[in-house]
Design a protein around this ligand. Sequence first.
Ligand code: C2O
Length: 550
Amino acid sequence: ASTRHYLFSVRLKNMTRLCHTRQVVTVNGMVPGPKIVAREGDQVVIKVVNHVPNNVTIHWHGVRQLQSGWADGPAYVTQCPIQTGQTYVYNFTITGQRGTLLWHAHATWLRSTIYGPIVILPKRGVPYPFPEPHEEIPIIFGEWFNVDPEAVLAQALQTGGGPNVSDSYTINGHPGPLYNCSAKDTFKLKVERGKTYLLRLISAALNDELFFSIANHSLTVVEADAIYVKPFTTDIVLITPGQTTNVLLTAKPNPPKTTFVMAARPYVTGQGSFDNSTTTGILEYHSPSLGNSSPSITKLPLLLPTLPALNDTNFAANFSRRFRSLASKQFPANVPQTVDRKFLFTVGLGTNPCPNNQTCQGPNGSMFTASINNVSFSMPTTAMLQAHFFGQSAGVYTTDFPENPPIPFNYTGAPPNNTLVMSGTKVEVLRFNTSVELVLQDTGILGAESHPLHLHGFNFFIVGQGFGNYDPSKDPAKFNLVDPMERNTAGVPSGGWLALRFLADNPGVWLMHCHLEVHTSWGLKMAWLVSDGTLPNQKLPPPPSDLPKC
Ligand code: C2O
């Protein structure tokens, strides 16, 4: 194993998209930012220097951070933000993972422009469990705002209304020709006839799940969230913010004279999702012997892919069911067969009364809020992990996060407005090595809605999913404990539930939240505290000396 060093210089850069120029917070002047490449078992050391006025942190989304919780990154959870002029070195070892992940800022809405791919190669000499690709290409989806996303966030919080939509989706930073003045700003994927490519699909979008397809080409899914998958072929991929999906694309031996378009547009189920526009890129055949001889896209007829209807929840549910881990001798599924603790968490939006002297833009003049088990998470002003480590949690967080909804009701029916939402910084305490079963239930209080939930510090196994209310007397009998998919981000079905299992084998404070940024901002998050019962937590090494202070 070796050590990989990166320097991330966070700085402002003028960028133009859709004929709008603005100052953008970037890493090294690039959006998407630099690609991190490592092998399984490598140590990764990233020095982040903050040259912008904003407070910054970076999260290595999906990296397990075994015993390196200080490097996880969510602001005020595992660290205080890196302030202007400060430096922090993220230092972690990639243990037992290979595949594609992503990194992104984890403070306010900075991840709209601070994001990039993480490519983890297998250990040297270990082959992929699928045919060796001719080339590997990251395809990272994002969203571009013509205005400062921080202002959009402020509006979503102050008025409690839905935020302004982003102005475009992007593929590797490019909106593509369906958007205003973006014909030249188009991603091109160049392929040679008959060759196979590994596309590392990554969603760094903010507020929408996306359908993705390439005209007239099937995709074979081989990996997701850095976990190998039993391969399956599909024309369309659904990818939620925070997810990664590796697919094989085989270029045709004799392609017709056509421009193949790739396209992504949102899967929209509820209040958090507003945009219905499409980002496109081009799949371009070229022949090295003839030089780059492809005619320009204007000269060939355009062939567009067909994408599902914007609200195609059946497609979403069926697609996610197709993911199965390899679960073989080489890659055994570690799903806990028995569990020590069971939790039922409701996830959903609700409303709060509008504060006096304010005009709010939620339903009936209310403010939107979002909660888990009716607790809307409030960000502390100092880092929870530090508070835990030094035994100074008083005034920072409390340990009374509810294990079940405070009032059981018909979650997917049409109950009255959720008047019980309270705010707090509450954690659920888990003894080190506890096996956990967690059922996430969409409440549908403001209409059913899909929520891509992300867990820091762990992968979880998806043992079951369904529509309607979770039934603890019937549904567990159908759980898949043989080859369940292992992920770090999974959509709670719109109007349904998702059952997960994981082993709490990683000491620290681990955020779990909806990866739709506006829902997170409204409070759809909580934290698990995994403790060995000692103070300081002896399973957790002490903080690095350059850990930022609040
Ligand atoms: Cu990808 Cu807590 O985030």
